[in-house]
Write a protein of this length. Structure first.
Length: 106
């Protein structure tokens, strides 16, 4: 009896902390690094400068948030972009007498 049981989360072992891949962590690290740099450079007493300084870290953080059925928000944005920018071709295969098997023609 050769039955194999493959766990549903077997791909998680290939991810860092079971959630992130290398690109996600690099992108998030760069965003947080830029935010820290901007917090040092800009006068954050002003609300607009504080928002500008925190924006790179917050944006990259939102992009790498894991969500169900997809890897993260970045994956959904990439798939949506690919869907809307590539040509979609739907072949109609309807119910028709001509759609029968080629060998059964009378």
């Amino acid at each position: 009896m050769n039955e194999y049981l493959i766990p549903a989360n077997s791909k998680k072992s290939m991810l860092i902390f079971g959630i992130f891949n290398k690109f996600d962590l690099i992108m998030f690290g760069i965003g947080v690094g830029i935010s820290l740099l901007l917090l040092i450079i800009l006068p954050v007493e002003s609300l607009i400068f504080a928002i500008i300084a925190l924006a790179p870290g917050v944006i990259t953080g939102v992009l790498v948030i894991p969500i169900p059925n997809y890897h993260n928000i970045r994956t959904i944005i990439g798939l949506a972009y690919e869907f809307y920018t590539t040509r979609q071709q739907y072949v109609w295969k309807g119910w028709c007498i001509k759609d029968g098997d080629e060998n059964n023609k009378k």
